[in-house]
Design a protein around this ligand. Sequence first.
Ligand code: UDP
Ligand code: MG
Length: 237
Amino acid sequence: METKKKKVKKLISLIVPVYNEEANILPMYEACKNAMNDVPSYNWELIFINDGSKDNSFAGLKQIALKDKRVKALDFSRNFGKEVALTAGIQNCSDDADAAIFMDADLQHPPSLIPQFIKKWEQGADIVASIRKSTKKKAFIKHIGSKIFYAVMNKNADSPLTQNATDFKLIDKKVIAVLRKFTEHNRMFRGLIDWLGYKTEYIEFIAPERMHGEATYSLIKLARLAVNSMTSFSLFP
Ligand code: UDP
Ligand code: MG
């Protein structure tokens, strides 16, 4: 007679979008592994989404996934953007994941903070979000751009966005379930998750410089994201 295998440990799904990160993925994998060693009462899986990288990121991801069954490597046919990659991560994490954590692949969202996210979640938060404390000045145009963005959003949006909030975030399985039901094509994760109105706690962190390579969020892409966000979350435009 077969009995249903009882789930003993909770499962944390780590979701990481990847665009041209060939030099970062191995250090990222190691850092995640180390962080999860600090919370041994949890099982984990690591889902990389290759967002049409032009370098050898996907080959590297496949290699890691072959050696470590906890690692999955998804592959997009072309570059769709981080928001779409995060959406694919949520759609493809295990059905029995108890929580998911979104992290950048360049180690600017330090995996060593994972245990702190888990702790706040254990204490009852449905969402653990993070606020990035700035250390150095943003380029002037990005600085002004983000000021205007938050001003417009928060004057008119249904739910205010937290300034300097990042996509480095833990969400409980009930939030995963809700996100899986959304099919909107252009989603702004940050806004969407805040808009849902779940109990949220915050962690502050200082982002280090990206480990290797260059940030790919060009001004054009940031502007497009801002416009998408404003039209999705504010009636003003
Ligand atoms: N990324 C992605 N698709 C893109 C651009 C970026 O999946 O089109 C990933 C990238 O690999 C990284 C994260 O999104 O894991 C953040 O990108 P980046 O470091 O370029 O942005 P920033 O640090 O300026 O927020
Ligand atoms: Mg980065």
